[in-house]
Ligand binder design. Structure first.
Ligand code: NOJ
Length: 546
């Protein structure tokens, strides 16, 4: 640790803002930075420590902004750099840190570098910043290898050369509008040092690093045998994957850590879909990133034994490298946990759910489990992530018409996978306002479900039994009782299917498995995810002081 470094991030609760869907000040139906600034008070009142914003950079929005055309400017859709500065100033005034997204694996095909690569011949310096290769077969009409895009279809697209002839192919692990950079090229390294310093100089408190397991590809780009369980964000293919979790990525993170260390108290958080946790922990060794999203926890089913195991494993593996564990249940890439935890069918990450999913999750069961799962998560030591809208108990939006769906996954799989639109629908703030207060005009880039009126923030704010009130209480108690720095111990003497632990002088009981319940133990009830009597019923978490 350098002398000017503090450890705020070890215990922080970080709230993810998805800018398109948080609050729209301009009225065009897409959220923006001024909208965010206008609503920051409500986040401070919720009791979080930091916000993380998904991308708001210049982008043609083919992958909702994860296709960046200019890494150091704001897209007019979201506002201006001045709007960014004003948002950071207001957040800091309210005591909230601001983490921004950085997307180093790829750019948009509209990025100036890619446009000049297209205009330049094979073998040129311009093409060397990306991964261009000749195709296979006598006429080069076959892709250079068998890699698949995580959004479905091939990971290669053929270009037309400036003279009009069919030409080379370029690699895109995601959409064809997202060409991968070649990270062995020194200019790519230097450019991203500049991008980091640009946002750090403007007051960003850190970065959430997109696809932090994907930047380096195996020499020779060998073919790969896909397993059936390969899922969208990768990682599960294991150590033999030629493009996930290559050792070379760690040199990049060491370099980035030294850039970030030039500033006080700034952090790097890895989005690295890598299993098992012992492998993911490499991303948070002392000279690499500060945090990594705990996707193993997010993907754990609502089962007592599995939860206990992943919690033990997380604490052991992250602390073995001196990092805090993080906890997360929802984000903009997965089915919201208030629906996911009631799904009875397999639903790989990124596939999403929609009208033809059978059976659909039961809404009441989902909400009850979602609340219980959150109450369990927020008592755990370390840092936690909350995704916008989960504090309202929002379920996944199911009834989005096909023509309104925007995730490239839907089109690239010809509708076979619904994709991620269902967790990205704009937030309901006021039940009676147009677009539930999301935008002044009533416009909304994805349709909001009718049932969301009752979930709007203004309907929940003064109701002590609401999901919003439960989140606020959990966050206040977490802080007052220093749970994030506590040491937890399992309470063993509980019925099967119950997860129970002590942390400081708080005891937490979660009745998880089907039918599991327990008599309410002695002590002052601090929090209960659902109303209780003298029994803690199934799918319920209770915090007690005892
Ligand atoms: C991970 C992001 O979270 C996801 O939304 C995006 O589509 C991919 N990376 C590609 O950037």
């Amino acid at each position: 640790m350098t002398s000017h470094e503090s450890s705020w991030w070890r215990t922080a609760v970080i709230y993810q803002i998805y800018p398109r869907s948080f609050a729209d000040a301009s009225g065009d139906g897409v959220g923006d930075l001024r909208g965010i600034t206008s609503r920051l008070d409500s986040l401070a009142a919720l009791g979080i420590d930091a916000i993380w914003l998904s991308p708001f950079y210049v982008s043609p929005q083919k992958d909702a902004g994860y296709d960046v055309a200019d890494f150091t400017d704001v897209d007019p859709l979201f506002g201006t750099l001045d709007d960014f500065d004003a948002m950071v100033a207001r957040a800091h005034e309210l005591g909230l840190r601001v983490i921004v997204d950085i997307v180093p694996n790829h750019s948009s095909d509209q990025h100036a570098w890619f446009q000049s690569a297209l205009a330049s011949p094979p073998g040129s310096v311009e093409r060397a910043r990306y991964i261009f290769r000749d195709g296979l077969g006598p006429d080069g009409s076959q892709p250079p290898n068998n890699w698949e895009s995580v959004f479905g279809g091939p990971a290669w697209t053929r270009v037309t050369e400036p003279d009009g002839t069919p030409g080379q192919w370029f690699l895109h692990l995601f959409d064809s509008s997202q060409p991968d950079f070649d990270w062995s090229h020194p200019e790519v390294l230097e450019e991203f040092d500049r991008v980091l310093r640009f946002w750090l100089d403007r007051g960003a408190d850190g970065f959430r690093v997109d696809v932090a397991h994907g930047l380096v590809k195996a020499d020779g780009l060998p073919d790969f045998s896909y397993s059936d369980d390969a899922h969208s964000m990768g990682g599960v293919e294991g150590p033999s994957s030629p493009y996930w979790a290559q050792d070379g990525v760690h040199d990049i993170w060491r370099r980035w850590r030294s850039v970030v260390n030039e500033y006080a108290d700034r952090i790097l958080a890895a989005e690295a879909w890598v299993v098992p946790l012992s492998r993911m922990a490499k991303w948070v060794r002392p000279d690499e990133m500060h945090q990594a999203f705990n996707f193993a926890y997010l993907e754990t089913p609502w089962e007592a034994a599995a939860l206990k195991q992943v919690i033990d494993e997380s604490l052991a593996e992250f602390s073995a490298v001196g990092a805090p564990s993080t906890w997360v249940l929802s984000n903009h890439d997965v089915v919201r946990h208030s629906s996911r935890l009631a799904l009875t069918i397999d639903n790989p990450q990124g596939h999403g759910i929609g009208p033809s999913t059978t059976p659909l999750p039961d809404t009441a069961v989902g909400l009850q489990r979602g609340r219980a799962a959150t109450a369990l998560m927020l008592a755990l030591p370390g840092s936690a992530y909350i995704y916008q809208g989960e504090e309202l108990g929002l379920p996944e939006a199911i009834e989005i018409p096909d023509e309104a769906r925007q995730d490239p996954t839907f089109a690239r799989t010809a509708g076979e996978r619904y994709g991620r639109d269902g967790c990205r629908v704009p937030l309901p703030w006021n039940a009676d306002a147009p677009a539930y207060g999301f935008s002044p005009t009533g416009d909304s880039w994805l349709p909001q479900p009718e049932q969301w009126a009752t979930l709007a923030r203004d309907q929940q704010i003064d109701d002590p039994t609401s999901t919003l009130s439960m989140y606020r209480l959990a966050l206040a108690l977490r802080r007052e009782n220093d749970l994030a720095t506590g040491t937890m111990q399992w309470i063993e003497d509980v019925p099967d299917g119950v997860v129970a632990f002590r942390i400081g002088d708080v005891s937490v009981y979660s009745a998880v498995d089907p039918g599991a319940s327990l008599a309410l133990p002695d002590g002052e009830v601090l929090l209960s995810s659902m109303p209780i009597t003298d029994t803690i019923p199934p799918d319920t978490t209770v915090w007690l002081r005892s």
